[in-house]
Ligand binder design. Sequence first.
Ligand code: PBG
Length: 331
Amino acid sequence: MTGSYPNTRLRRTRATGWSRALHRETVLTPADLIWPLFVTSGTGVEEPIATLPGVSRWSVDGIVARAKEAVDLGIPVVALFPNTPRELRSDDGAEAHNPDNLMCQAIRAIKDACGDSIGVLTDVALDPYTSHGQDGLVNDAGYVVNDATVAMLVDQAVNQANAGADIIAPSDMMDGRIHAIRMALEMNGHPNVQIMSYAAKYASAFYGPFRDAVGSGGLLKGDKKAYQMDPANADEAMREVALDIAEGADSVMVKPGLAYLDIIYRVKQRFDVPVFAYQVSGEYAMIEAAQAAGIGDRDALVLEKLIAFKRAGCSGILTYHAAHVARLLNG
Ligand code: PBG
């Protein structure tokens, strides 16, 4: 209830720093952050990514060092994405099932070094492994087929869980994959492996730098509109989320982030499940571009955007700024 002026002066509680701190409704801490990391082959390798200034691909030893850094900063989870060597990419993305692929090497190395002091989230989709850059199997008409792709994703997920993944995050948008993956995890001795589904993932123009980072950008012909969602739709996102929860997701993700705050808010209000936002590569790159162009202050921009996700209802945020932000928050 709000009274009328001058009984009520909303500026009273805003007048001093201590009072603003006292009345703050939302907080951001390092424990809210998930740090996406790109894995590359070799040892002692760091490859800066031109379209993601400040972000590099690291060989497995470097990934372990980043994971230890995350632990020290209070970041609870890292998310892994492999840049599969070109010669190991194929039409069917079979490298995704190799128990010794880059992803599995990185998972095992982190778990050996850090144990349960950090969670490892792994992306499930075929695009880092296919020669065509699509997330699934493509038929002669160029269409990504659903059910045969789901069978591949199930094997990919079990392969990651066997290597020690803590959270399986299917980003492919196939129908029915959460149920299939959940059943396979149960049957393969992984009852406590979580599923964070990319439930509402949109066919977005903000993914460009990511596709450079995993090396699929140059390979991809066409778009992903026959499986990722139309940015015009919100009711449909509620149906995606409802299905994924019913099929066994422990948490859901909305992606991209800032342009979809209404979706985050609606999901949280309607389903009362943990919701995460992915502040994607294009969002990161735009902040860096603003800083470089002198039209915005990186730190202030990032903190304002991340608190917006918390305010909208997020339990946490995947962001390439995670380590930087954790340092800011830790003072
Ligand atoms: C792949 C995947 C994508 C992202 C995460 N997993 C790209 C895509 O769907 O083309 C994008 C992340 C980002 O842009 O930061 N399934």
